[in-house]
Design a protein around this ligand. Structure first.
Ligand SMILES: [Zn+2]
Length: 148
């Protein structure tokens, strides 16, 4: 009987939670995302998280996210990452956008025609110079976590 219950545990009575597979060069962005959530008082859902560097995205594609209520799987195009490994706000924006799909259940938002800056990291295609130069990052982060 002991073995049977152990087997049930292993085979799916309990889902595996908090599995984290994060590529070393993306770890700093994942940590920053969690810091932002914490600072804004947002409890992230317990989902398995995979954040990987990919060599096989479509040309011009920066990232993809797939997921369910149980896991978020994100792939970032290798070409997006700076060669020196420095923290980069445009990479952060890409990773945060995908994590918002995967962990905050956010969807894309329409782009406003002619706007200098868009209103959200969830706007596609991306155009947010004031995020990348850091001047409006706080606004974008609050908007992303629904804390404006
Ligand atoms: Zn997206």
């Amino acid at each position: 009987m002991k073995y049977l219950s152990l087997l049930l545990l292993v085979t799916g009575c309990y889902q595996v939670q908090d599995l984290e597979i994060v590529e070393p060069e993306l770890q700093q962005y994942w940590q920053q995302f969690q810091i932002e959530a914490q600072q804004l008082g947002v409890q992230l859902p317990r989902r398995d998280v995979m954040i990987l560097v990919s060599d096989d995205l479509r040309q011009g594609q920066r990232a993809v996210c797939s997921g369910t209520k149980r896991y978020a799987s994100i792939r970032i195009a290798r070409g997006v990452l700076p060669l020196d490994g420095e923290y980069d706000l445009s990479v952060e924006a890409t990773v945060f956008h995908e994590l918002a799909h995967g962990l905050l259940d956010r969807h894309h938002m329409p782009v406003e025609d002619g706007a200098y800056d868009q209103v959200s990291l969830m706007c596609v295609p991306a155009h947010r110079p004031s995020y990348h130069d850091g001047t409006k990052r706080d606004y974008y982060i609050k908007e992303l976590f629904n804390k404006l």
